[in-house]
Ligand binder design. Sequence first.
Ligand code: PMP
Length: 352
Amino acid sequence: MSRFWSDLATRLTPYVPGEQPRGTRLIKLNTNENPYGPAPGVLAALANISADQLRRYPDPESSELGAAWAAREGLQADQVFLGNGSDEVLAHAFAALLKHEQPLLFPDISYSFYPVWCELYQVPFQAVPLRDDFSVQVDDYNTPCGGIIIPNPNAPTGRIMPLDDVSRLLTAHRDCVVVIDEAYIDFGGHSATALVADHNNLLVIQTASKSRSMAGMRVGAAFGQRELIQGLVRVKDSFNSYPLDVVAQQAMLASLADEEWIDSCCKRVVATRERTASALQQMGFDVLPSAANFLFARHKNQHAADLFAALRERGVIVRYFNKPRIEQFLRISIGTDEDMDALLAALQDILA
Ligand code: PMP
């Protein structure tokens, strides 16, 4: 008898996150965390959580937070959906909005969780090759499809698609849902939330993990017109889950209250990114233009796997994807200036 679960373990290939080393003193540039920590008001809000707040169940709708985050994007409270990190929001989007007979399209080099969700939720998909310069071009998406998802800036390449192109994509695909995954948008892009009012097929995903330096808290959001948001709410309610706990709601509210901090933090990361990119180029790396908090770079004559191993031996951990077309690249998260100096010194040593 064939049993659905008998080959589940072999059929499902789980997403493999970047390593979180324990107890070792590594310079960790492998999971695109923000080195500066959340706005000071976030820590104060956490210190002020009361026993009474913890005693009660949280607001299942996270209404106050939803309204505040939507307002930041120029949207209404019923145009936002919150979740435990954008991964959870994305999972709900795959389950609720992206399953059709026609394939879901996404770039062949993009967030490696997408094919995992497709497998999990039985969503047929087709990966669309990036151009030779690793850019995403809207004209490559002119095939019949059941939906489109694009990280913008793309991960792990860091390349960004201009907002005009996002707009063209939305107009060309009025009948299907287009998800723009903006995990890294604050490091150099313009959010597609500005297009929500004119496009009922658009869902924009954001996270507190990167620019707000709150990856440990797990806060993410989707923005879109009410009908799409209601689809996500329906899935969440079916799991009877709370999107966010009391602590995360208070922390995120405090983060939204200090946009200046976020802004200056992102500017620091961008300045360090640009300085690191030039230094890497001088060492013989091709570096893709990045609008994110990481760089994607390949050395002209050294193998990425060897560089990855040699860096690790020297206490610097970056990300290496052993995948076709990008096996020569390293993805390097932007840390503090000191972190990046240590990376550059280790590379000098390796390449000497
Ligand atoms: N989308 C992209 C493109 C990402 O790189 C990440 C981070 N791994 C996520 C979504 C998920 O981030 P989080 O769940 O921390 O919000």
